[in-house]
Design a binder for this molecule. Structure first.
Ligand SMILES: [Zn+2]
Length: 253
């Protein structure tokens, strides 16, 4: 059983319905049983439509991407309402892709919405714009808001060890392993680090691929190569994600 906790719709020029159908076919080909579909921060105008498009599936859920910079009061109200939809299981912000500090007041508004609706907040980290999503900043958030569940996407790649060391003390911090298998020249060093850190807090790691930017297959291979107990592999592949996002295993196909 595998739940991919970090997927995006294919970015080709087709209707939302067609893009969803391609996604479902690709998930099936890779034997993925369910997934968390993450929308882009500048796609919020399509959020309602995206939720409706996946409404006929039992195994797809949405993390709504949102920007604290570009939306007005109506959008904030819509966001609050959409968070009541059972398909919406998280929010995501993209500091670094957008240039803002995660300490600014509009981010605090997003955090307050997550706390109000008891939904986790995903944060894009690493890669480009790293100074906007430093582990120290996330550690501060985790400490200030112990009731908020935070998911660090990409573990501030490539400095995943530093990211973990700085944040693992906070039991409300989770890690999605998406994009870590993107660069195959880095494989050995990433595998070594994951083998060392995952056993410390195995209940807080989530399998994710970052489809369709990254390959699902190479991310599955990365997890299968880890020298961890079978029970821990199960936690990473789906148990942690369905617990965090409150998804019933019976919904996975
Ligand atoms: Zn992504």
């Amino acid at each position: 059983m595998i739940f991919d906790a970090h997927i995006h719709l294919p970015t080709i020029n087709k209707t939302l319905y067609e893009r969803k159908e391609i996604l479902l076919k690709d998930l099936k080909n890779e034997q993925i049983n369910g997934g968390l579909l993450i929308t882009a921060y500048d796609d919020f105008s399509k959020a309602q439509e995206i939720i409706s498009t996946i409404n006929d599936t039992t195994n797809l859920y949405v993390a709504l991407g949102f920007s604290p910079l570009i939306y007005d009061a109506n959008d904030w109200e819509l966001l609050d309402n959409l968070m009541l939809n059972p398909k919406v299981v998280a929010l995501k912000i993209y500091p670094g892709k957008e240039q803002y500090s995660i300490r600014e007041s509009n981010v605090i508004n997003i955090i307050n919405l997550c706390i109000k609706h008891s939904l986790p907040l995903l944060i894009h980290t690493g890669w480009t714009g790293r100074q906007f999503n430093r582990p120290n900043l996330i550690a501060n958030l985790a400490e200030t808001y112990p009731e908020l569940q935070l998911v660090i996407c990409h573990m501030w790649y490539p400095d995943i060890q530093f990211c973990y060391n700085r944040t693992y003390q906070y039991t409300n911090v989770f890690y999605d392993l998406s994009s870590l298998a993107y660069d195959s020249t880095d494989e050995e060093s990433i595998t070594d680090k994951l083998n060392r850190i995952i056993p410390i807090t195995p209940e807080r790691f989530l399998f994710g691929s970052d489809y369709n930017i990254c390959s699902i297959r190479s991310h599955i291979n990365m997890i299968n190569k880890l020298t961890l107990d079978d029970e821990v592999i199960k936690q990473i592949f789906y148990l942690n994600a369905i617990r965090l996002y409150n998804i019933s295993q019976t919904k996975l196909i």
